[in-house]
Design a protein around this ligand. Sequence first.
Ligand SMILES: NC(=O)c1ccc[n+]([C@@H]2O[C@H](COP(=O)([O-])OP(=O)(O)OC[C@H]3O[C@@H](n4cnc5c(N)ncnc54)[C@H](OP(=O)(O)O)[C@@H]3O)[C@@H](O)[C@H]2O)c1
Length: 165
Amino acid sequence: MEVSIIVVADENNGIGKDNQLLCHLPADLKYFKQLTTGHHILMGRKTFESIGKPLPNRTNLIISRSGKPIEGCLVFDTIEAAKDFAEKNKETELFILGGASIFLQCIRFVDTVFLTRIHHHFEADTFFEPLSESQWKRVYQEPHLADAKNAYDYSFETYKRITDK
Ligand SMILES: NC(=O)c1ccc[n+]([C@@H]2O[C@H](COP(=O)([O-])OP(=O)(O)OC[C@H]3O[C@@H](n4cnc5c(N)ncnc54)[C@H](OP(=O)(O)O)[C@@H]3O)[C@@H](O)[C@H]2O)c1
């Protein structure tokens, strides 16, 4: 099973503020939906709460120590248990949705990072750890200019691990 992070970050690697995303970028939501639909998605409890509902047509795996059930989702008290569940369920590509704490704990076993870079500096309180150039290679970059629906310039970027896990 491949494991991929999908993340949207600003020029400072900011990813959130007050448990919300930094901005609304419809083009990125469309890209996110295209990539993740049909797959298992893994996220921390705070990220789930910020989304507020299970994402449709995906198997929502939530990581929480509380043990509280969440309707429409599967709750796991360890990341390993959620990953094992996806693997046993014959998933081919598990998507790690965040937030920051989950990205930090998962990066060591991630193969691919789909990063949407918003070319703007926001005020943020949550960050994505920068990918080191010695371990990650950018293999794809698709720049877009702001338009009527998307207020900021942005780029879809793909990074692949170039070292052993
Ligand atoms: N820009 C992006 O792409 C993106 C993506 C996702 C999230 N975000 C932003 O990131 C922020 C949230 O990130 P965050 O780091 O604060 O929270 P988070 O990672 O979403 O959730 C943290 C929670 O996950 C659970 N957890 C984490 N590690 C665990 C482990 N090893 N075992 C069991 N449970 C574990 C705990 O839940 P319990 O407290 O219930 O035990 C913990 O409080 C928000 O601002 C959100 O909007 C941005």
